[in-house]
Design a protein around this ligand. Structure first.
Ligand SMILES: Cc1cc2nc3c(=O)[nH]c(=O)nc-3n(C[C@H](O)[C@H](O)[C@H](O)COP(=O)(O)O)c2cc1C
Length: 289
């Protein structure tokens, strides 16, 4: 479970990027890593959306604007709390274009290098920020900009959208740009029509996302041109879901909706994985004797 040149995870189960406030006593020290909410260098005020809405069984629509949270605030206020669990923390970053990615990576290299294990790049389109115009070239250039600022040793995970038909080409861009791992996937653009009021735009996560995210992981893990480890993300609620992702070729997994709906779930899944791994090791040792 190597996500970077000097980042080996103690456990494949991680927390996915989201605004976490983690209590002390739920066992987060067992996790492989914690990914922070996505931050940007120059946050925009307002426009934060309607929050997180349950749209189907164990499936959420996140309507909040992830591009209004500032990197400086994260480093000063939230990072110390996330780091106290003693597991690697990776900061999720985004920017409106290549210079923006360079700037935020330079800031983190200067202000937080001693605290973080690396970054996760939330890749977005240069012109619209909407993802529609995302190209392999943009992914490569954004990744390159971040890699240049962070140096060769930092873990650099590029998080991709849940588009099975396009994910391999985008991943190739990330690999060429110097990523050390891929994450699949982010939320799927979706729309919810409430009983009253206007249609709501947002990102779909949870149970409804899992089949698409699994397919993306499969595509990435079985492409002969791609050699990066893949982190599977989408609709993980049980140990079976963790092992489904690992069977599809993931090296690790991230949980967001499961943790949001049931705080502590990720630590419990990490503990279950630990127990299974030590059972498998002791059974293998017994068979060899
Ligand atoms: C409440 C919430 C907040 C999220 N915030 C972020 C974020 O800041 N950055 C990001 O890249 N993904 C964010 N995500 C997406 C998750 O990291 C994850 O990629 C996606 O939800 C799929 O995993 P899941 O089905 O376990 O939720 C968020 C998801 C949720 C539910």
């Amino acid at each position: 479970m190597q996500l970077g040149p000097s980042l080996t995870l103690q456990n494949p189960v991680c927390l996915a990027a989201a605004p976490w406030q983690l209590p002390d006593d739920l066992g987060y020290e067992r996790l492989g890593a914690i990914f922070t909410k996505t931050v940007i260098m120059e946050p925009r005020p307002g426009g934060r959306g309607h929050g997180v809405i349950r749209v189907a069984d164990a499936s959420l629509l996140n309507t909040t604007d992830r591009r209004t949270d500032g990197a400086e605030q994260l480093v000063q206020e939230q990072l110390p709390h996330l780091c106290r669990h003693g597991v690697p923390v990776l900061v999720s970053i985004t920017a409106p274009g290549i210079p923006g990615f360079r700037k935020i990576a330079r800031f983190l290299a200067r202000e937080a290098a001693g605290q973080i294990a690396g970054v996760e790049v939330y890749i977005s389109s240069p012109t619209t920020l909407s993802g529609f115009e995302l190209t392999p070239r943009f992914v490569r250039e954004a990744t390159e900009a971040v890699r240049t600022e962070l140096g060769a040793e930092a873990a650099l995970v590029v998080k991709l959208p849940p588009w099975p038909d396009h994910v391999r080409a985008l991943a190739l861009g990330a690999q060429e740009g110097g990523a050390s791992a891929l994450a699949a996937s982010n939320t799927l653009k979706a729309l919810h029509i409430p009983a009253h009021g206007e249609p709501l735009l947002g990102g779909l996560s949870g149970e409804a996302l899992r089949p698409m995210a699994l397919r993306c992981v499969y595509e990435l893990a079985h492409d002969e041109k791609l050699s990066l480890p893949v982190v599977g993300t989408g609709g993980i609620f049980t140990a079976r879901h963790v092992s489904d992702y690992l069977r599809c070729g993931a090296s690790a997994v991230q949980v967001a909706t499961g943790e949001f709906l049931e705080p502590g779930l990720t630590a419990r899944l990490a503990a279950e994985w630990e127990a299974t791994a030590s059972f498998t090791t002791s059974r293998a040792a017994a068979c060899n004797n």
